[in-house]
Ligand binder design. Structure first.
Ligand code: CUA
Length: 343
């Protein structure tokens, strides 16, 4: 049961205590100064009230001690707020390497969540307790905002780019998920639930899918359907660059400059291939805008990522490197129909 009004709302993530302590500090400072100012006004109004009709007060030409005090004390307090707030902010913006990775797509008016292992959810998110979870988020239409009050996390979800958020749930249970950015008529209905489960329950839930295949394997299927492998050959002999071991690599661009082949670059290269062409290649790739939706783009990106067997890609991708090498070779086969997809 969620109480209607909670002075101390439930804390269910690693960030909740840190955010709350900072908030209490800000509230305490604001309360102390409010009382100080109003009590002073009241005291001075009484103490220095006009006592006779022709009373002229003496002129005051400043007080150095007072001026230094009311400069140094607020400066110190605001610097404490700044450094404290910044440290919380930085810890929230740096997901740990061992985080479980998930994708979230916002859409008028629902949340679509996609697990690497293949399970998809709408307006529900199942995650294990005690494990860091990293969400890569994008929108199919307008700006939304992924907000879980009990986790004290809120991050905007933008069309055309990826934003991330992360948290480590600490208490099993069911928590509200909201959209916190006005996104049209049914914005207020764009809600859902986050289920924080015991690890074994989570494993059972995760394996209870309908056999949709992993995100990467669906990406591989899409890759074959779209005949990407005709040009992107694994050994680099194709008309387009090989995608093997591409993820997170620094890529030389034609016309100079380099770029890191992260998710945003891969996405751009699928939807707007001419924007940043790899050095030594012609801008011959057609755009896939309108041919693949955001979920398809995510599948393709996960497939491309799976071709890079590397550490630090998150535990969610654990176990895929071997398969990745295999699919890497599979992508080398030029004839799309001839590639068996055994997963
Ligand atoms: Cu989506 Cu408000």
């Amino acid at each position: 049961m969620e109480p209607k009004f909670a002075l101390f709302p439930e804390q269910a993530s690693n960030f909740a205590p840190a955010v709350d302590h900072l908030l209490y500090f800000l509230l305490a400072v604001a309360t102390i100064f409010t009382l100080l100012i109003f009590c002073s006004i009241f005291y001075f109004a009484v103490r220095y009230r006009r006592r006779s009709e022709n009373e002229i007060p003496p002129e005051v030409h400043g007080g150095m001690t007072l001026e230094i005090l009311w400069t140094v004390i607020p400066f110190g307090l605001t610097m404490v707020m700044f450094t404290w707030g910044a440290s919380v902010f930085f810890s929230m913006s740096r997901p740990p390497d061992d985080a479980i990775e998930l994708y979230a797509v916002g859409k008028q008016w629902m949340w679509k969540l996609q697990h690497m292992e293949g399970r998809r959810e709408i307006n529900e998110l199942h995650i294990p307790v005690g494990r860091a979870v990293k969400l890569m988020m994008t929108s199919e239409d307008v700006i939304h905002s992924f907000y879980v009050p009990a986790f004290r996390t809120k991050e905007d979800v933008l069309p055309g780019r990826y934003t991330t958020t992360w948290f480590k749930p600490t208490v099993p249970g069911r928590y509200h998920l909201f959209c916190a950015e006005y996104c049209g008529t049914n914005h207020s209905g764009m809600t859902g639930w986050v289920y924080v489960m015991e690890p074994h329950d989570y494993e059972a839930w995760l394996s209870g899918g309908t056999g949709e295949g992993t995100l990467a394997s669906n990406g591989e299927k899409l890759f074959q359907e779209l005949a990407c492998a005709n040009c992107h050959k694994a050994d680099g002999s194709g008309r387009c660059p090989s995608l093997v071991a591409l993820y997170n690599k620094t890529v030389e661009l034609s016309g100079g400059g380099t770029i890191q082949a992260d998710e945003a670059y891969l996405r751009e290269s699928i939807l707007n291939p001419a924007a940043k062409v790899v050095a030594g290649y012609q801008p011959i790739m057609p755009t896939f805008q309108g041919l693949v939706n955001e979920e398809g783009v995510l599948q393709l990106i996960e497939y491309i990522k799976s071709l890079t067997p590397a550490p630090g890609r998150g535990a969610g991708a654990a176990g895929t490197p071997a398969a990745a090498r295999k699919t890497g070779t599979a992508a080398a086969q030029p004839a799309p129909g001839s590639v068996p997809s055994n997963r």
